[in-house]
Design a protein around this ligand. Structure first.
Ligand code: PNS
Length: 158
């Protein structure tokens, strides 16, 4: 069984994240989407809400499962017998940041990191920009799954 993890905050999931998850699901037998529980960072959606959203938008991929984790990602990988992490790279500055994390994670545990170039259609996307646009009434349809669009409008403008 070839397993990978797609980790992140997913507050909320964007179409860029979904593209990386879908492409990983075509390459691997099992993809675990792992949502970081970060008590220090305030979030728009709770971890359980994010998990529900992720489950709904990945329901057509039978080999994708959604979990939450806290602490080190490599510990989650070891506990779940996952040998590799998939990370989407949008721009060169992502690579600088991700390379350090990948090397540290490997040094700590031997868990590999695989970089997947983001679909250029989504290379400008981030959860924080999406929230900012939605908060000020901008149109984020096409940038996030329809369910997320609906929930953002409800939460930020309702
Ligand atoms: O979507 P994000 O917020 O960019 O995701 C970042 C995430 C969750 C992948 C990263 O912060 C992470 O792996 N956090 C867990 C803590 C950890 O393992 N830190 C050591 C990195 S060397």
């Amino acid at each position: 069984m070839r397993r990978v993890v797609c980790p992140g905050s997913f507050d909320p999931i964007t179409n860029g994240h979904l593209d990386i998850i879908a492409r990983s699901a075509r390459l691997y037998d099992e993809v675990t989407v792992a949502v970081l529980i970060n008590l220090e960072k305030s979030s728009l959606f709770t971890v359980d809400e994010r998990i529900e959203i992720l489950q709904a938008v990945t329901k057509d991929f039978p080999n994708v499962k959604v979990r939450k984790f806290h602490g080190l990602l490599v510990d989650f990988c070891k506990q779940n017998d996952i040998p590799a992490i998939v990370k989407g790279i949008r721009v060169v500055s992502d690579f600088d940041y991700e390379l350090q994390m990948a090397q540290l994670n490997y040094r700590l545990s031997g868990v590999e990191t695989l970089f997947m170039p983001t679909n250029p259609e989504y290379s400008f996307l981030s959860s924080s920009r999406v929230k900012e646009i939605a908060r000020y009434g901008g149109d984020v349809s096409g940038l996030v799954p329809d369910l997320v669009h609906k929930l953002l409008v409800e939460r930020l403008r309702g």
